[in-house]
Design a protein around this ligand. Structure first.
Ligand SMILES: Nc1ncnc2c1ncn2[C@@H]1O[C@H](COP(=O)(O)OP(=O)(O)OP(=O)(O)O)[C@@H](O)[C@H]1O
Ligand SMILES: [Mg+2]
Length: 259
């Protein structure tokens, strides 16, 4: 099960990623959760303390590792380096265990120009590809907000692309933009999770704008989830109505991927 989660800023991508990861671990899956957002906060959302999370170094900052594997210093534009570096030991070596979830803080693939061919991008792309293709763990990829970074070799080989939206047309606009790009990335469809839903009324209104999408499920607006951020505990341990909504989505994903 290889799942990439994207969407507009602040809609709840990290919350969904963390809670799916925890759910699958509880249900005996081996799970690697990958933080591919430069503003990384999947660790704390999984329940790691801020103190410990602040000590995690993203892969893209590991200069020695990048040089050792690619043969060139990070940022070494124009230098010769290996396009096929060894990465198969990286997920185990550099992930940390957070309540049973293996967390890999990746950093992000840099944008355009010569950046596409710098050693750190090449290494990270190989890691993402390895995670998606060669390994038997479930992978849950928490992506950077927006669409600008899609198609840089982050999510191409995943089984499923989920776009999280919240009640509001702006996040649906982002979903449309992701959908457009997803075809080029090889996805047959994108799936929507509606988050922060407050009423049936809202849902009815939204559904009209979501005709082009497959809806995977919905998560209620929850004061407890909001509070979890404020009081620094995992939103996945917040309240039953939220947990059962996560479970429904997780089961749906399992069904869709196994078919
Ligand atoms: N269902 C919900 N009910 C209430 N608050 C929520 C819900 N889901 C997420 N939030 C809150 O919304 C905020 C943003 O959530 P989260 O960090 O998961 O979004 P994100 O899409 O990953 O954001 P970013 O684009 O910054 O990465 C957090 O404070 C979170 O606690
Ligand atoms: Mg996030």
């Amino acid at each position: 099960m290889k799942i990439a989660i994207s969407g507009k800023g602040g809609v709840g991508k990290t919350t969904l990623a963390a809670c799916l990861a925890k759910y699958y671990v509880k249900n005996n899956y081996k799970v690697i959760a990958v933080d591919a957002d430069p503003d990384a906060n999947l660790a704390t959302t999984l329940g790691l303390s801020y103190d410990k999370a602040s000590k995690i170094n993203p892969l893209t900052d590991m200069k020695e590792l990048i040089e050792e594997r690619t043969g060139a210093k990070p940022g070494g534009y124009g230098a010769y380096f290996k396009l096929n570096p060894k990465v198969d030991d990286i997920p185990s070596k550099f992930s940390i265990d957070v309540n049973g979830v293996k967390l890999l803080v990746a950093g992000t693939i840099k944008a355009g120009g010569s950046g596409c061919y710098c050693p750190e991008n090449v290494l990270l792309k190989r890691v993402f590809r390895h995670l998606a293709i060669d390994r038997d763990e479930a992978v849950i990829l928490d992506m950077e907000a927006g669409i600008e970074h899609l198609g840089r070799g982050t999510c191409e080989n995943m089984d499923m692309l989920i776009v999280v939206i919240e009640p509001g047309l702006r996040s649906i606009q982002t979903a449309h933009a992701v959908k457009k790009m997803s075809m080029d990335l090889g996805f047959k469809s994108v799936f929507i999770v509606i988050n922060k839903l407050k009423s049936e009324e809202e849902k009815k209104l939204l559904k009209k704008s979501l005709k082009d999408f497959k809806i995977l499920g919905e998560l209620p607006y929850s004061e407890k989830v909001r509070e979890s951020d404020l009081k620094n505990y995992s939103p996945c341990d917040s309240e039953d109505k939220f947990k059962s909504a996560i479970e429904k989505i997780a089961v749906n994903i399992e069904k869709l991927i196994s078919n």
